[in-house]
Design a protein around this ligand. Structure first.
Ligand SMILES: [Zn+2]
Ligand SMILES: [Zn+2]
Length: 292
């Protein structure tokens, strides 16, 4: 059985290069694929492999100093979730990009967690709160929490710019969320440093919310970073919020445009996929280099 493993931890890593070597050799031996980012601030992995291999992986990773507190998120995966293994050193495990401006966030300013069931209660009780998506536009396009503010950003580096546009919420109750929680650790710390007084971050992200509550009040599906591109979240009151780029039919179906030089991620229905041969436009349809 192929499983997907998501995890992160912010913990000081003294020698990222050394940990890269170690992680590579463990993953190669266990035939694990996917992406692992390592920085002096921590480690972030999205990997796939056989269930037993991932059990072994978790046991071995836990034994590395400083990595004992990782919270693992395991789910079923497709056969070819990731084409290869990439283990690399980065400046940050999620890039806010403030380091170079000497304005980096302090993670000890991160917001308190709100647990999935508590968020569900906020919705059920019609409490006053603003829910903020800390992910990118192309992720929220296929699914988001009900009433969420979704920033029009293409990378997490643009999140600080978005925060400037919501200064009117500084003294209001705010909840942030992302896929698995890693971006909220920084997003919430950043917001608090900008003077937001009542911020909480969804513990474990959409992923854990789906597992623990059935996903009620999540609209559409969750964008994910393996070959499936998206996966259902809500088994209570599911809905579809995204529209086919061509005919505007409501559909949760994401592909990469057939023209590799375009390669835009597009929502497309099956009929239009056939008609445009996987293209986002007639131009791309006619200029696809990999047409069958
Ligand atoms: Zn269509
Ligand atoms: Zn295109």
């Amino acid at each position: 059985m192929i499983k997907i493993l998501l995890y992160y931890t912010y913990a000081p890593i003294e020698n990222p290069e050394q940990l890269v070597k170690l992680q590579k050799s463990v993953c190669e031996r266990l035939e694990i694929k996917g992406r692992i980012l390592i920085a002096t601030e921590g480690i972030n992995g999205t990997i796939s492999g056989q269930e037993q291999a991932l059990d072994q992986y978790m046991a071995e990773a836990m034994s590395y100093p400083g990595l004992a507190d990782i919270e693992w998120k395991i789910s079923d995966g497709p056969e070819e979730a990731f084409p290869r293994l990439r283990v690399v050193v980065r400046d940050e495990i999620v890039t806010l990009g403030l380091k170079k401006q000497n304005a980096d966030v302090h993670l000890n300013n991160k917001a308190h967690y709100i647990e999935p069931n508590e968020l569900l209660s906020l919705y059920e009780n019609n409490d006053e709160f603003t829910i903020i998506d800390a992910r990118n536009e192309y992720e929220a396009r296929i699914g988001k929490f009900k009433n969420a503010l979704t920033p029009d950003i293409n990378s997490f580096r643009e999140f600080p710019e978005f925060v400037k546009s919501i200064e009117h919420l500084k003294d209001k109750p705010v909840v942030t969320y992302c896929t698995g929680g890693i971006r909220c650790e920084k997003a919430s710390a950043y917001m608090r440093e900008q003077g937001f007084t009542d911020v909480r971050q969804l513990h474990g992200g959409i992923h854990r919310y789906s597992t623990e509550t059935g996903g009620k009040n999540f609209e559409g599906e969750m964008y994910i970073f393996d070959s499936r591109i998206h996966t259902p979240v809500n088994s209570v009151n599911p809905s579809v919020i995204s529209e086919c780029i061509h005919c505007r039919t409501k559909v949760s179906r994401y592909i990469n445009c057939c023209n590799v030089t375009c390669n835009k991620q597009i929502i497309i229905c099956e009929d239009c996929d056939k008609k445009f041969e996987g293209g986002c436009s007639v131009y791309c349809q006619q200029n696809s280099r990999y047409k069958n």
